[in-house]
Every structure is written in C-alpha cells, then in structure tokens.
Design a protein around this ligand. Structure first.
Ligand code: FE2
Length: 273
C-alpha cells in the first residue's frame, strides 16, 4: 500500500521523503543456529510484506529522487542474512535510519531487553549503518531531520544535550524515533487497538493492573521524561515520525505537532512544505 501525506514544516522548498518502518525481515540460514532458523520459520508468515515494502520504497526513492526514512525493526531478530539485508538496504540507498527494539534482539524475548542487553549487539548493529542510529541529524531543504533512539521505551542521557543542540540551529525539526510518545489522540487509538503497551511515557493509569515487568520496562525514567518534555515544548519541532505500532495513523500531538506513524505493510510518501 502506498499512502501520500503532506505536512507543513517550513521547508525552504517543498520536497518528498519515503517513510517505511517495521519491515521485520525474518531471514536465517545455515550460518545461524537451529533456534534462529526455528524462529524464522515460525514468524515468516506474520510479516509477508517485508520484501514488497522494501522494494516499493527503493523504487519510489529512485523514481522521485528522494531519501528513505526507516524508523526501525528492519529485521525481526539478529541473524546473518538479516544483518546483511539491512546493510545492503542502507548502503545501496539513501536511508536515514532510527533504531527499533528488534534491531538488537537475539531470540525475541529470551530475556529482559534493556540498555545492558542492547549494548551486547549495539556496536555490531551500528557498524552496519551509514548514519548514527542513536543520535544523528541531517538538514534537507532547510529542515533538520533528527534521529533519536527510544527503542527500549527510554531515551538516552545524551539525548537531552543533543536535542537542545539541534534546536539551537534554529531550523524546523522533524524527529525520527521508533516508539511513539503518548499523546491524547494516539492513546485513544492505542486503546482501541489494544496496543497501549507500545507507547513511551504512557499516563499513570495505564500501569493499573499490569505486572511488575511490564511496568518496569515502560515506566519512564527521569531522562525520558525530560526528553519527552523537550519534544513537546521545543518550538522547532514541526513533525514527529514513528513506527512500532504497525498501524497507519496521523494526528496532532497535545501541543499541536503533526505525528505520523506508518504500518509495516505500507510505504508512505511524505511531502514536506
Ligand atoms: Fe516492529
């Protein structure tokens, strides 16, 4: 599915970008152990659109002459062919990539996924990418595209200084990160879909009745609250682009900033004006 979206951010001249997210390639081969191959077989049918979405994004990027934004989970779990796939995708195309939780996952939920877990594969994963997947920025037609990493529900201490530094450039900013920060309209949508657990900084009421592990993973730390506050208050932030929910959704955040989520079966062509 291809969706066209237009968003006014104060670009010097109008331009387009392709947005895809959560392609979840489920590749494994003889270089991977039997558990990885079992996971690949078990989960392949859940993500039948991986190749079509990638191929359509690549084709449109070429035809329209515009870069691709990928907001994480290009593959489902760490395997030899999945890592080769993402490396090929980001090196053969002009891609701005933000990390998703699956980018660091070995066996999908075999243990708690936290910063310590992420660091076991972070260096290897980062080495496959052209842009810094934790903090990066790139100016296109006077618009500053800023990459953050909240793949495990928390922002990183580096993000406060980094975001303030990017804001000081005085350019309109489009933020790219994997998991959406809760706002009223998105929360209502997530509740309808039974996906409240996808949101960063959910309201306190969302923790009622949840088990300790669920709460520990999602309760925002001080840094995450500070970054979320900056995202909602910096006047330079003109648009936010996320993935993770595997749903197409657009709304205005509580502070009136356009929020765009793209599903894993969709290629979104975004015109920035
Ligand atoms: Fe995903």
């Amino acid at each position: 599915m291809i969706i066209n979206t237009s968003v006014s951010v104060g670009a010097k001249t109008p331009f387009r970008m392709i947005h895809v997210s959560d392609t979840h390639f489920t590749l494994a081969d003889s270089r991977d152990n039997s558990d990885k191959n079992r996971i690949a077989t078990k989960r392949r049918h859940i993500f039948p659109h991986s190749e079509a979405v990638r191929d359509t994004a690549v084709r449109l990027s070429g035809e329209l002459g515009c870069p691709i934004i990928h907001t994480g989970d290009h593959y489902d779990f760490l395997s030899h062919p999945n890592l080769e796939e993402v490396h090929r995708f980001v090196t053969e195309n002009d891609v701005l990539y933000a990390a998703g939780n699956h980018d660091f996952s070995h066996y999908l939920g075999e243990e708690t996924e936290n910063e310590e877990y992420k660091l076991r594969s972070y260096r290897e994963v980062q080495s496959l990418h052209k842009n810094n997947i934790r903090t990066d920025s790139r100016v296109i037609c006077g618009v500053n595209f800023v990459v953050l990493d909240d793949s495990y529900f928390q922002f990183h201490p580096d993000h406060v200084k980094f975001l303030l530094g990017e804001a000081e450039k005085g350019l309109p900013m489009v933020l790219l990160y994997h998991k959406p920060v809760a706002c009223r309209e998105l929360l209502a949508f997530a509740e309808e879909k039974g996906r409240v657990g996808c949101l960063v900084c959910p309201p306190e009421s969302c923790f009622d009745g949840k088990d300790e592990e669920w709460i520990a993973e999602r309760r925002p730390d001080e840094v995450t609250l500070e970054v979320a506050e900056l995202i909602n208050s910096l006047p330079q932030v003109k648009c936010i682009i996320n993935g993770h929910m595997h749903e197409n959704f657009t709304c205005l955040t509580d502070t009136g900033v356009p929020l765009i989520l793209t599903a894993n079966d969709t290629v979104r062509v975004i015109e920035f004006t």
